[in-house]
Design a protein around this ligand. Structure first.
Ligand SMILES: *Cc1c(COP(=O)(O)O)cnc(C)c1O
Length: 400
């Protein structure tokens, strides 16, 4: 009996999923750096363009290395179909615009990655699509925002930068009642801990730049869902607007997937430890970590970030408040190991001050609405030794 990849454990999916060897039998996935493909005959070209014959046509439509990445990620997520993109934002943009048209209404949590907020608030209105931003953890707020023309719910959970949690299954139930689609940005939770399609979402999007690469090398993104919806909503927009992932970057991301489970679990173990240390420190006014019982939506987090079973986990990012911008800057400037950087999910630990970096395009009032006062720091925990990281944080806190 041939192995059925759908029976494999996560670790096996990440190593073996999607592997399509060439006749050379290479062990590592080949990089097919080619834009186009030659056909055996004019009849064959005719059949491929007609969709009657399987095979690649042009790299904007698909490429064998990119397809290996898509197949591996789809197998991990338990999704029927995956489409890789050049960046996370290309995936978010396509995920949203492929599901709405002029006159439609979108509902989203207001704590969002800055560029996602820009697409909904600034870009989509130019094409006649309006968005209501609600308090993400408040299910009643999602229900109250529904209008007759609501077509799409957009969820980011845990949300950037204060890690608030939206109840994916609860929001999907509301969307289901009115026939709206649900898109989940699953970057912070990673596919290791949270699988939104199983909780009722229609589309899940990733910035593969973050944990999937995890080593600070390339940009990439992906969207996943059922084949019928992915074809109907996204096939033409992907072909004709060109957000295609480069085959080289797809190869880097394939290598990233091989160690994703190991890295994310280790980073999460260290993050949980550091979150407890930070929360107990006199200089820290507040510490947010979904794995801690004092997180306002801890119960929901543990229910949905459970690793597809009984392994609840808080993820790799911690946020904490030092009370003022000056204290936050003194802290950042005193770090010796941890980098001051706005990336996350990397093997290298990184800390940033969201109000002056990732969330600086929001007005002060908008920042206060999501609780982002001037002293917050966001820490992405990497793979360094936990004791070394704890010492670095301790030293920097003294300076704060
Ligand atoms: C980084 C990020 C994105 C955008 O991804 P890029 O690969 O940088 O384009 C979108 N959503 C979230 C939550 C992110 O953290």
């Amino acid at each position: 009996m041939a192995e059925d990849p759908n029976d494999w454990e996560v670790a096996t999916r990440l190593i073996r999923g999607g592997l399509a060897r060439s006749p050379h039998g290479e062990t590592s996935e080949p990089i097919y750096l080619t834009q186009s493909f030659a056909y055996d005959s004019a009849e064959s070209a005719d059949a491929r363009f007609a969709g009657a014959e399987a095979g690649f046509i042009y790299a904007r439509y698909g490429n064998p290395t990119v397809k290996m990445f898509e197949d591996r990620l789809a197998l991990l997520e338990g999704a029927q179909a995956c489409r890789a993109t050049a960046s996370g934002m290309a995936a978010v943009h396509m995920a949203i615009t492929g599901l709405v048209r002029a006159g439609d209404h979108v509902i989203s949590g207001k704590a969002l990655f800055g560029s996602c907020r820009w697409i909904l608030n600034t870009w989509a209105p130019r094409f006649g699509v309006e968005t209501t931003l609600v308090d993400g953890p408040d299910l009643a707020a999602w229900r109250n925002a529904v209008r007759p023309n609501t077509r799409l719910f957009f969820i980011e959970t845990p949300a950037n930068p204060l890690l608030e949690i939206c109840d994916i299954a609860g929001i999907c139930a509301i969307a289901g009642e009115i026939g709206a689609k649900v898109v989940v940005d699953n970057v912070f939770a990673t596919p290791i801990f949270q699988q939104p399609l199983k909780l009722g979402a229609d589309i899940v999007v990733y910035s593969a730049t973050k944990h999937i690469d995890g080593q600070g090398r390339v940009l990439g993104g992906a969207m996943l869902g059922e084949t019928a919806l992915m074809e109907e909503a996204y096939k033409d927009i992907a072909r004709h607007t060109g957000p295609a992932l480069s085959p080289f970057n797809a190869w880097v991301l394939l290598k990233g997937l091989e160690t994703l489970d190991l890295r994310v679990r280790r980073q999460t173990e260290t993050a949980a430890l550091l979150a407890d240390r930070l929360a107990a420190h006199a200089k820290v006014k507040a510490c947010r970590y979904p794995g801690r019982s004092d997180h306002p939506q801890h119960a929901v987090a543990m229910r949905q970030m459970n690793g597809g079973g009984n392994q609840p986990a808080g993820g790799t990012v911690v946020a904490f408040d030092l009370g003022s911008r000056d204290a936050a800057f003194r802290f950042l400037n005193a770090l010796e190991l941890v980098d001051i950087s706005n990336n996350l999910g990397d093997a290298k630990s990184m800390a940033t001050h969201p109000p002056t970096t990732t969330h600086r395009s929001m007005t002060e009032e908008q920042r206060l609405e999501i609780g982002l006062t001037a002293g917050w720091v966001r820490l992405s925990v990497g793979l360094e030794g936990p004791a070394d990281l704890a010492r670095d944080l301790e030293r920097a806190l003294e300076a704060a």
